[in-house]
Write a protein that binds this ligand. Structure first.
Ligand code: F6P
Length: 341
């Protein structure tokens, strides 16, 4: 069988570990041939390929990013895009496609499956917001990077008696903010799922200063104040219609400074959360996802995504994974709230 592999959407530590496992087991155990598609869906859309054999995946396990490149190209947003993808797959003799991506990339995969393309999905996102899997790889790395930043900010915040705000990624879901904030001992965690009261945030900041410590506020980029106000700057739309976010941290620092009279500064972690080498957890999870994805393709179990359920890797329908996002529940947020202020 000739198998195409692509990585789409925002990159994520562990992508190379998946590619390596798919190719090592696929070529080494099942005897498949591989073709790498460059830059997400742009690869099959424009027929941009690269060789993908065992020699090409040597040494990539600890490397961040993706050797295949990535993009947010959406074939369903391009005139005749779907027809071009299917024609190119046919012309290149590709029997199966392994798509490694988040909600958008896998959403395209689910729709292509309905049009007869033999596709298997692998869940990827630092945001951990994909339904039907307990965790996505990349999340653990992002959380550890954010936690280390919070640890470092504590000491400088104390030295200067400042409130420090840390803006982390998380457009619709606050998983990174929640986990990193809890692990790093943040004094307030603000996430998109639960609009926040600025008065309460300022009260937590004051309480923390009264206890002779300096507050650390962790805010997800998609968090919004309950009483309105244009906290988040929208910087245009991507090919899937998502706004590029940013600015809530800076906005919050200004509001805190004005309302409490205490100096407040913001650190935006941005793409640092996505770059560099994956943690052991992410390497291992990504490797297992890769092994199980190529097994699913070998079995012809099309339209499925590999997923983590407890400690097992299972197969779930792609459409279940992409129909809705996995959000932080009120119960989980309440656990974090115990430590606010
Ligand atoms: O989709 C993952 C994500 O990390 C989001 O949290 C964030 O909004 C987005 O990527 C930003 O990615 P980029 O800067 O590549 O558009």
């Amino acid at each position: 069988m000739r198998v195409g592999v692509l990585t789409g959407g925002g990159d994520c530590p562990g992508l190379n570990a998946v590619i390596r496992a798919v190719v090592r087991k696929g070529a080494g155990v099942h005897g498949h041939e591989f073709v790498g598609f460059r830059d997400g869906w742009r690869g099959p859309l424009e027929s941009i390929t690269m060789p993908l054999g065992i020699p090409d995946v040597r040494g990539i396990l600890p490397r961040g990013g993706t050797i295949l490149g990535s993009s947010r190209t959406n074939p369903f947003g391009v005139e005749g895009g779907v027809e071009r993808v299917t024609e190119n797959l046919h012309r290149l003799g590709v029997d199966a496609l392994i798509a490694i991506g988040g909600e958008d990339t896998l959403g395209v995969a689910a729709k292509l499956y309905e049009r007869g393309v033999n596709v298997i999905g692998v869940p990827k996102t630092i945001d951990n917001d994909l339904n039907a899997t307990d965790y996505t790889f990349g999340f653990d790395t992002a959380v550890n990077i954010a936690m280390e930043a919070i640890d470092r900010l504590h000491t400088t915040a104390e030295s200067h008696h400042r409130a420090l705000i840390v803006e982390v990624m998380g457009r619709h879901a606050g998983w990174i903010a929640l986990h990193a904030g809890m692990a790093g001992g943040a004094n307030v965690i603000l996430i998109p799922e639960f609009p926040f009261s600025l008065d309460r945030v300022c009260a937590y900041v004051e309480t923390r200063f009264q206890a002779h410590y300096a507050p650390i506020v962790v805010v997800a980029e998609g968090a919004l104040p309950a009483d309105g106000g244009a906290a988040v700057l929208e910087k245009g739309l991507d090919a899937f219609g998502h706004a590029r976010l940013g600015g809530v941290g800076e906005w919050l620092a200004n509001e805190i400074e004005t309302r409490t009279g205490k100096e407040a500064r913001t650190t935006v972690l941005g793409h640092i959360q996505r770059g560099g080498t994956p943690t052991a957890f992410d390497r291992e999870l990504a490797t297992r996802f890769g092994l199980h994805a190529i097994d699913a393709a070998t079995d012809g179990d099309w339209g499925k995504m590999v997923a983590l359920s407890g400690t097992d890797i299972v197969r779930v329908p792609l459409k279940d994974a992409t129909s809705e996002l996995k959000l932080v529940t009120p119960e989980l947020y309440a656990e974090a709230e115990v430590f606010f202020g």
